[in-house]
Design a protein around this ligand. Structure first.
Ligand SMILES: Cc1cc2nc3c(=O)[nH]c(=O)nc-3n(C[C@H](O)[C@H](O)[C@H](O)COP(=O)(O)OP(=O)(O)OC[C@H]3O[C@@H](n4cnc5c(N)ncnc54)[C@H](O)[C@@H]3O)c2cc1C
Length: 375
C-alpha cells in the first residue's frame, strides 16, 4: 500500500495538539511530536525509496508542515528545517545518512545564518580550511533550529579555495570544538531550540562536503530556497488556519448577557467583517502557495518568481490574520486558553527569517524591473 503522508501527519498532529501548550509555556523541544513523526515515517518522507524512504514530494512535505503548524508552530518549524536539510542531503549527501534519515534516526537542519552576515545567509563569513583529509571549520553560527537535537547540521562556509560565495558541509552535532552557546528563550516558536553554535577549529572529514567546493550558493538557490520558502509558507498557512478557527469559535461562543437574546460577538457586523477578512487572507495565501507548488512541479517559467513571492506573501498575510484575531477576541485574546496569542507570537518568525520579507520585496522588485537579483 502506498505511504499516506496525510494520514501520518494527522496522527502526528494529534500528539502535537496534546503537547503544544507545554512546549510553548516551557520552551521545550517537541520531543513527543518528533517521536510520533519518526514513528509514522515522516522524517523519511523525502528520502528516495532505494534508501528506505517514502520518496515523497515537496507537495507532500508542505501539506504535512501545514497540518502540524495548525497544532504546534515549533514542531512545524523543526520539521521544516529537517526537510530543508534533507533536500540537500538527498541531492549531495552520503548514502548512509540518507538511509539513517529514512529510518528516522537522523534529524537534519540548516546552519546558514551567521553573527557576521546576519540575515544575508548567502554570504557566510565562516571559513573552511583543508588540513590533510580533514576540513577545519571556524564560524559563529547565530541561529540553528534544533541546535541541541539535530544529528548533524547542513553548514555553510566560505569555500576552501576560490572566490565563490560558499560551500556546504554535513557537520555532525557531536563534532569536537563545536559549542552550542545558549538555549532558546524567544517570543514565539518557543520549542524550536534555535541556538547559536560556534565552531573554533572544528574538524570534519573532507568527504562530508555537500556538493562541490564553491557550489554552496547554487545549492542554496536551486535546492534550499524552493523547499524552505514553500515550507515556511506552509507553516504560516497552518498558523492562519488555527487562528481563524479559534477566532470564529470565540466570536460565536462569547455572548453579552445584558443584551436582548444574549447577543454573541459574531452578531456584530464589524466582528463578522474582520473574520471574513481573515478567511479571505488565508485563502488567498493558500491559493498562491498551491500555485507555487504546481509551478515548481511543472517547471513553469515563473516558478522562481512564485518561490520568492510565496514566503513573503504568506508571512505577511499571517501577521495580518493573527493581528486581527487578537483584535476580534479582545482582552480574552491575551489569555492562553483562547488559542490566538500563541499563534500571534509564532507567526512573527516567518517574516524575519532569511530571506526576510523585506529582502524578498527587494528581490521581487528587482526581478519585476528586470534588474539582477544580486549586485
Ligand atoms: C525562530 C527562528 C529560527 C531560525 N532558525 C534558523 C536555522 O535553523 N538556520 C539558520 O541558518 N537561520 C535560522 N534563523 C535565522 C534567520 O533565518 C535570520 O538569519 C535571522 O533571524 C536574521 O536576524 P538578524 O537580527 O541578524 O537580521 P538582520 O540581518 O540584522 O536584519 C534586520 C532587519 O533588516 C532587514 N534587512 C536586512 N537586509 C536587508 C535587505 N537587503 N533589504 C531589505 N531589508 C533588509 C531585515 O529584513 C530585518 O527586518 C532563525 C531565526 C528565527 C527567528
Amino acid at each position: 500500500m502506498p505511504y499516506d503522508a496525510l494520514a501520518a501527519a494527522e496522527a502526528t498532529a494529534l500528539v502535537a495538539r496534546e503537547h503544544s501548550q507545554a512546549v510553548d509555556a516551557n520552551a521545550q523541544f517537541p520531543t513527543a511530536t518528533l517521536a510520533a513523526a519518526r514513528d509514522h515515517g515522516l522524517l523519511g518522507l523525502l528520502t528516495a525509496p532505494e534508501f528506505g524512504g517514502h520518496g515523497g514530494t515537496l507537495r507532500d512535505a508542505a501539506l504535512v508542515v501545514e497540518r502540524l503548524a495548525r497544532e504546534c508552530g515549533s514542531s512545524a518549524m523543526v520539521l521544516t528545517m529537517h526537510y530543508a536539510g534533507t533536500a540537500v542531503i538527498e541531492a549531495h549527501g552520503p548514502h548512509a545518512v540518507r538511509r539513517a534519515i529514512a529510518a528516522g534516526q537522523h534529524l537534519s537542519t540548516l546552519a546558514f545564518s551567521e553573527a557576521g552576515s546576519r540575515s544575508h545567509f548567502w554570504a557566510p563569513t565562516g571559513t573552511a580550511t583543508a588540513v590533510g583529509d580533514q576540513v577545519q571549520l571556524d564560524a559563529q553560527k547565530s541561529w540553528i533550529t534544533s541546535a541541541h537535537h539535530a544529528t548533524a547540521y547542513v553548514w555553510s562556509s566560505r569555500p576552501c579555495q576560490g572566490s565563490e560565495a560558499s560551500t556546504l558541509w554535513l557537520v555532525p552535532r557531536d563534532t569536537q570544538a563545536l559549542a552550542t552557546t545558549a538555549g532558546y528563550d524567544g517570543i514565539g516558536l518557543r520549542g524550536n531550540d534555535s541556538a547559536p553554535v560556534a565552531a573554533k577549529g572544528a574538524r570534519i572529514p573532507s568527504h562530508l562536503r555537500l556538493g562541490p567546493d564553491g557550489g554552496g550558493f547554487g545549492i542554496m538557490m536551486g535546492t534550499v530556497l524552493p523547499t524552505f520558502c514553500t515550507l515556511i509558507a506552509a507553516g504560516s498557512i497552518g498558523l492562519m488556519e488555527a487562528t481563524v478557527a479559534a477566532t470564529a469559535a470565540h466570536a460565536s461562543g462569547s455572548r453579552y448577557a445584558h443584551l436582548a437574546q444574549g447577543n454573541a460577538l459574531a452578531d456584530l457586523p464589524t466582528i463578522r467583517a474582520h473574520v471574513a477578512r481573515m478567511r479571505i487572507a488565508t485563502d488567498q495565501a493558500r491559493t498562491l502557495w498551491l500555485d507555487t507548488i504546481t509551478a515548481l512541479e511543472t517547471q513553469r517559467a515563473d516558478a522562481m518568481l512564485r518561490v520568492l513571492e510565496v514566503k513573503a506573501a504568506c508571512a505577511e498575510a499571517a501577521l495580518a490574520v493573527v493581528d486581527t484575531g487578537m483584535r476580534v477576541c479582545g482582552g480574552q485574546a491575551y489569555r492562553r486558553e483562547v488559542g490566538v496569542e500563541r499563534r500571534f507570537r509564532d507567526a512573527r518568525a516567518a517574516s524575519i527569517m532569511a530571506p526576510t520579507s523585506d529582502q524578498l520585496f527587494d528581490f521581487l522588485g528587482k526581478a519585476v524591473c528586470g534588474l539582477p537579483l544580486f549586485g
